[in-house]
Design a protein around this ligand. Structure first.
Ligand code: SAH
Length: 248
């Protein structure tokens, strides 16, 4: 059983595959001028599409949602059907560093908890050309909330994602990549605990059982617990931060 299969099985039935909330999505959306039925939104690394559904329910826009995993896209399709949103959400299996859209096409690019897969700077640079002039981007990215932090958490994150940085430095990257920053805010506890770690931890026992408590599955679940524990101990020092910016 490979790690990717475990990741898919552990996460696919959840509403989201990373920290976030309907409130946070709506708050980010509030900084973007109102979208109409002609507006085109691209949701990158959409997962099972928690935020895609929120965007579709709260705008009139046409949304294209892309992810590399068809299992997550299937879940989003089901959710879109249940919510009667199938005519405004199109899913596409695609790599985020291999997008095949026309340039200057989208009014808004959205990406929650996903850009780190190719790196913040690379993602912002690569995706810019798909935005129309004055288009908006809204991305959430793990960031340091303070200038200094305990060694234990510094080590963990630098090892897990070396591009983690302070909000100030992330804002510089945004400018450097050809955008003007509009707003930013950190995700709250509910996004991390209630909506992300809690559902995973609640499912841990059933998940272990399903795989007959195989060692590699135990290790996988354990790594998730370690991450949740680190969050509880060090949440004053880091969070996902939502960055909203406009194409220069
Ligand atoms: N936006 C969703 C999912 C975040 S998890 C949410 O907030 O709930 C990150 C997502 O990025 C996963 O669905 C994963 O399949 C996808 N992903 C990871 N690397 C990718 C890549 N290179 N190209 C496209 N999608 C990728």
């Amino acid at each position: 059983m490979d790690l990717l299969e475990l990741i898919i099985e552990y996460h696919k039935d959840n509403e989201r595959q990373g920290p976030g909330s309907e409130e946070a999505t709506l708050k980010a959306l509030s900084y973007i001028p109102q979208l109409n039925e002609k507006s085109k939104v691209l949701d990158i690394g959409c997962g099972s599409g928690g935020q895609t559904i929120t965007l579709a329910k709260n705008t009139a826009a046409q949304i294209t949602a892309v992810d590399m995993l068809p299992q997550f896209l299937d879940q989003l399709q089901n959710n879109a059907k249940e919510n009667n949103l199938i005519n405004r959400i199109t899913t596409k299996e695609m790599l985020m560093d291999g997008l095949t859209f026309d340039e200057n096409y989208f009014d808004v690019i959205w990406s929650e908890g996903a850009i780190y897969n190719i790196g913040f700077e690379k993602g912002l640079s690569l995706w810019r050309k798909y935005l129309k002039a004055n288009g908006y981007i809204a991305v959430s990215e793990i960031s340091w909330l303070t200038d200094t932090r305990p060694e234990e958490i510094e080590q963990y994150w630098v090892n897990a994602y070396s591009e983690i940085d302070t909000i100030e430095n992330k804002l510089s990257v945004i400018e450097k990549c050809g955008y003007t920053s509009v707003a930013h805010f950190a995700l709250d506890d509910k996004c991390w605990i209630d909506n992300y770690y809690q559902p995973l931890l609640e499912n841990a026992e059933a998940f272990l059982k399903k795989y007959n408590y195989a060692d590699e599955v135990k290790e996988f679940v354990e790594a998730g617990k370690v991450e949740a524990d680190l969050y509880n101990r060090f949440k004053d020092y880091y969070s996902y931060v939502f960055y909203i910016a406009k194409k220069k």
